[in-house]
Design a protein around this ligand. Structure first.
Ligand code: F6P
Ligand code: MN
Length: 322
């Protein structure tokens, strides 16, 4: 089975990017080991602090963030990082060529129930003019990413990644510590009969999503003329993995609760990397108003509405916005 390294070379990734990704993944393998230890290592449960987003930090959020931060800072390949668990940009090496944004442990509330969690990351070029602690360097649209992916800590530890030449899925072989290419060049089915949304927020949704989901729920008797099924992992990384494997549509739409919060998911280290993976696999990713990867970020923890998945279904959903 092909190894990650040779696939990245075949896809034309520059050497320094390959080395950076390998470094990042070394950190993810350590996270994979730590999360698998669970209660035995006393790493479950919450800390007493909140992150900048006002979410209670889990112990594993903090541990995972520290692992990735340390390994990337030491590497020399990275000029600065932005993380869900860091209020501000973290300066790394002044000559580093890349910027890395990550969610160290997406879906971390699932740690308590031994369910899916993962690390999401995106990588862009560091503009030469930037100082390592300048957050403005991160305010590039997602279309500028040079690589993105996630590592899913499930029954198997799996990596989905793109360097802009298709989306490939790898499985960690824990006997020798390598990621092996198990699902090359995946293509998300264009049609689906499966959707994901947190229905408990229904009363807050904007009207196009109200109308769209009502039509899905109407099944064969409604305008969509088929019955849909619903799934919700409560970890974006788990839901997107399912979509990459068998199609579907996932939505965390804009809702009317808080005008200051246009959606729940963060652009730099959740929406953009998943959008890149999805587009490279033939799917679509939109805010409802436009392509996620064209949103110009205004701050590093910016949130966006997310409508992502199988091409025909995302287009059907977007038609409700016309
Ligand atoms: O990181 C935010 C996140 O945990 C996503 O991974 C997930 O899709 C979503 O929030 C779950 O939201 P909710 O708590 O509304 O189910
Ligand atoms: Mn997250």
């Amino acid at each position: 089975m092909k190894r990650l390294n040779s696939q990245m070379q075949q896809d034309g990734a520059p050497l320094e990017l390959i080395l950076l990704i390998r470094t990042l993944l070394a950190g993810c393998k350590e996270i994979s080991f730590r999360v698998s230890q669970g209660a035995l290592a006393g790493v479950l449960g919450s800390t007493l602090s909140e992150n900048v987003q006002g979410e209670t930090q889990k112990k594993l959020d903090v541990i995972s963030n520290q692992i990735l931060k340390d390994i990337l800072k030491e590497s020399g390949y990275v000029k600065a990082i932005s993380s869900e668990e860091e209020d501000d940009v973290v300066p790394c090496h002044p000559d580093g060529k890349y910027l890395v944004s990550f969610d160290p442990l997406d879906g971390s509330s699932n740690t308590e129930i031994n369910s899916l969690i993962g690390t999401i990351f995106s990588i862009a070029h560091a503009p030469q003019w930037m100082e390592p602690d300048d957050p403005a360097a991160f305010l590039q649209p997602g279309s500028q990413m040079v690589a993105a992916g996630y590592v899913l800590y499930g029954p198997s530890t799996m990596l989905a990644m793109t360097t802009g030449k298709g989306t490939h899925i790898y499985t960690l072989d824990k006997t020798h510590g390598g990621f092996l290419l198990t699902h090359p060049n995946i293509q998300v089915p264009e049609q689906t009969a499966e959707f994901s949304i947190n229905a408990s927020n229904q009363r807050h949704w904007e009207q196009p999503i109200q109308n769209y989901v009502a039509d899905l729920l109407a099944g064969t008797e409604g305008p969509r003329e088929k019955n849909y099924n619903m799934r919700w992992v409560a970890a974006m990384v788990g839901d997107i993995h399912r979509l990459l494997c068998r199609g579907g549509i996932f939505m965390y739409p804009y809702d009317k609760r808080d005008p200051g919060k246009p959606g729940k998911l963060r652009l730099l280290y959740e929406a953009n990397p998943m959008a890149f993976l999805m587009e490279q696999a033939g799917g679509l990713a939109s805010t409802g108003e436009g392509r996620i990867m064209e949103v110009m970020p205004e701050e590093i923890h910016q949130r966006v509405p997310v409508i992502i998945g199988s091409k025909d279904e995302v287009e059907a959903c977007l038609s409700y916005y016309d």
